[in-house]
Design a protein around this ligand. Sequence first.
Ligand SMILES: [Zn+2]
Length: 106
Amino acid sequence: MTAYQILEQLQIGEPTIAPPTVYRTLSALTEQGRAHRLESINAFVPCRCDHVESVPVLAICESCGSVEEHDGSDLLPKLTALTDKKAFHSVRHIVEIHGLCGTCAA
Ligand SMILES: [Zn+2]
């Protein structure tokens, strides 16, 4: 969901809730690893794994909008090797893959 969609849902029960509250909460949840920001579509999904240090791989269905989260921790050494070549210090990794989910592809 986008931040705006979340705000709309919350305002059904709490009409006075304002956008900064939603943005602050999403920011806190993202920092705690309890939600992921989908950078490519500017939306958020709850984290469904209990990972601490990992590489979330988010498969986004372009037809129904579903998002599957996978643990891409095995990718970390390869990603780090890529950025290390230029002495880049990575802080976080997010891999987003666009396509069709199994249901929509069938
Ligand atoms: Zn789908």
